[in-house]
Design a protein. Structure first.
Length: 165
């Protein structure tokens, strides 16, 4: 019986969150990745962009300055999904998901938690180079490209460190 009460409470809380989201123009609080993007934007002081067809956030004072967020749990890798190796026009369109941004951020979340261990800032040209390297080595026309925390440590800058959990 306890499990059913917990599920009912979760559903009620999600319904409340959806009402709040609607009040600021967010139509679907359960959109994949959105809650983590909210957490990252809140930490970094960015303005969330909730559209799936745009960057994840922008500068609160200049919407033309855009940011992309990648996230994973400790030990995982942040991914850009459905990146095209070919044809060339689709590849260029995929790569624009990187180049349109002022910076890319990789957020590392603690497992089973919404707490952030660290956030790394990576320059788009650096992420672009690694993405192209991974795409060129892929045997698939459409691939996911991944970036580990170790890669981010080597190629980016820590901009946020959370409390140890």
């Amino acid at each position: 019986m306890k499990k059913n009460r917990v599920i009912k409470a979760i559903v009620q809380l999600v319904a409340q969150a959806q009402e709040l989201a609607l009040s600021i123009g967010i139509p679907n609080i359960l959109q994949p990745g959105l809650v983590k993007e909210m957490i990252i934007a809140n930490i970094l002081g960015h303005e969330l962009i909730h559209s799936k067809r745009d960057a994840d956030a922008c500068d609160p004072d200049n919407p033309d300055i855009k940011y992309e967020y990648l996230s994973c749990y400790v030990g995982g890798s942040g991914q850009l999904d459905r990146m095209f190796k070919e044809p060339k026009d689709k590849r260029n369109e995929s790569l624009s998901r990187i180049t349109r941004n002022q910076a890319i951020y990789l957020a590392i979340f603690y497992k089973n938690s919404l707490d952030v261990k660290a956030i790394y800032e990576i320059q788009p040209k650096v992420l672009l180079k690694e993405t192209e390297r991974q795409l060129d080595r892929s045997s698939n026309a459409i691939s996911h490209v991944g970036f580990s925390e170790n890669w981010a440590k080597e190629h980016g800058t820590v901009v946020y460190t959370g409390e140890k959990k």
